[in-house]
Design a protein around this ligand. Structure first.
Ligand SMILES: Nc1ncnc2c1ncn2[C@@H]1O[C@H](COP(=O)(O)OP(=O)(O)OP(=O)(O)O)[C@@H](O)[C@H]1O
Length: 272
């Protein structure tokens, strides 16, 4: 495998409450350039804690108790608050569940997208910034005329696409997506996921895609990590995990989706 764009080594997070919750336990994995790694597991297994922990967005009582996260040549644990702010979006960007609700209601889509460039690329000319914002929107399937809109004038699906555009604005090597389409209806979800797959092929960023929806992960991932009680119990190629699950918990998860037992492999990305 080529040099990973992201590696997570022996990473652990506790919630320092009484009694202490060991939410993420000694997690290790890496992401190759252009890879989609799915992270599956049921509610409460620690997926979101891992995602927020990786980009150091956790607040007390959460505490990272072991390990490190290295993106490119940067150890995230060694960055100060300012450096972290700069590295987020630029090297690793995030789209979280309900992210569409974090758009500022009183400023236009154009201003929100331009803001990313104003903050992170202050030397970019006004003209280039404007062009880029239009291109970004079109990339995620939203007409550039929408730059003039306010968030409430867009549907939930469109707003989530705007968030994905924003996450791609600085062309980060890694995007972390935590249930990015869960709040949307199934057709919109599929459209957006197809778009993410296409953009990944086109731009070559790697994606850590988190969801409890295993059939969805089988469809879009190259490899899948299965998480249970804070630990990764199995990590395999999507096809390997589907055809030859090793861990009893993975077998149980697969069995919980009767639709998967139909035409074998129909869900697999590799098979499409
Ligand atoms: N602020 C907190 N204080 C104490 N425990 C917490 C806190 N936040 C989360 N936890 C616990 O940490 C564990 C992991 O939670 P986390 O939200 O990361 O799981 P998840 O797999 O992302 O679940 P979901 O899919 O429901 O978001 C759970 O046992 C949860 O109860």
């Amino acid at each position: 495998m080529s040099e990973p764009v992201l590696s997570v080594e022996d990473f652990s997070v506790d919630y320092l409450v009484d009694p202490v919750v060991h939410a993420v336990k000694n997690v290790t994995f890496s992401l190759a350039r252009g890879e989609v790694l799915g992270l599956a597991g049921e509610s409460g297994c620690g997926k979101s804690t891992l995602a927020y922990g990786m980009v150091r967005l956790l607040k007390p009582p959460a505490a990272v108790t072991s390990g490190r996260v290295v993106a490119g040549d940067v150890d995230w644990g060694s960055l100060g608050p300012e450096e972290l702010r700069a590295a987020r979006w630029d090297r690793i960007s995030m789209v979280f569940q309900g992210a569409m609700n974090s758009l500022n209601p009183v400023i236009t889509i154009r201003e929100q997208l331009e803001d990313v460039y104003l903050t992170h690329r202050p030397r970019m000319s006004r003209r280039e910034r404007r062009d880029r914002c239009g291109e970004l929107l079109e990339r995620v399937g939203v007409d550039r005329a929408r730059l003039r809109s306010y968030p409430h004038e867009l549907s939930g699906g469109m707003r989530q696409r705007v968030m994905i555009a924003m996450a791609m604005a600085l062309e980060p090597a890694v995007m972390i997506m935590d249930e990015p389409t869960t709040a949307l209806d199934v057709v919109v979800q599929r459209d957006i996921l197809r778009e993410i797959s296409r953009l990944r092929d086109e731009l070559g960023f790697a994606v850590l895609f988190i969801t409890h929806d295993l059939p969805l992960l089988l469809e879009i991932s190259d490899r899948i990590a299965v998480m249970k009680d804070g630990s990764i119990v199995e990590l395999a190629s999507a096809s390997g995990l589907y055809t030859d699950p090793q861990h009893p918990y993975t077998q149980q998860l697969l069995a919980a989706f009767p639709s998967l037992t139909g035409s074998r492999g129909a869900f697999l990305r590799a098979a499409s």
